[in-house]
Write a new protein. Sequence first.
Length: 283
Amino acid sequence: MKPEQISVQMYTLRSISATDFEAALKAVADIGLKNVELAGLQGLSADELRALLDKYGLKARSAHVPYQAFEEDADAAIADYAKLGCEWVIVPAPPLDRLLAGGEFGWADLANLSAHQLSTLSGDELAAKYTLGKEKIEEFCKNLSDWAAKVNAAGMKFGYHNHHFEYLFRTADGQSMYEYMLANSPIIFQADAFWAEVGGKNAAEVIAANPDRVALVHIKDGSERMPGKDVPFGEGIMDWDAIIAAADAAGVEYYVIELDNPNPADPAADVRTAFENAMAKTN
């Protein structure tokens, strides 16, 4: 991991961005970061947002663009992020309510979903709760593949950001959603190391197993391997030496600081802590 590869997901600073996005960008620049990963356009035009990035000497190396935005108008979304100079356009999550065979399932249902929680369920209970609908997962992968081709044609690269459920949801024949996506789409992953471990995996092993399918890594730490317990990079229990070694060997392009649960009163302090810890591990 090199200093110029470190970025930050702006979602981490959403308590600032909600009222003053420029202040959030200034906070990032003041910390010493040069790269950001966008989380939407914040109500600005691409030109307006590009001007703010330029003002603070920041590059939007990547952006999270919702699945639904691609469904609504993929060409418009691609045009905006191309104008911003993004190298990567990343779908941050699937439409959870349209994946499982059993019907509706949303983010609120994920509160206690972890490898530990699933280990307490019987095979029948697992099948009833977390089996992917065959046509649903096929459509999902087809859409990602089609959008990847469009993004690539526009001179950018397309990725998908994992959570934990990709390792826990299963097809009817027992294949994990993550395994299915590897086998049935060309998608490159932005590996969220924390969520992979919440999903019961060793993040370093996940990256090393398919090095050509991982190009970015989200770096946030865990105080325990359960949802919602993330802490700033370097402040938890994860084996970052092993994870970074695997990512470096895979040729990962960017290491993106993120927190799902930063201190809302001062998220910039958490970003600074993560950045300082990341810089201490650079070579």
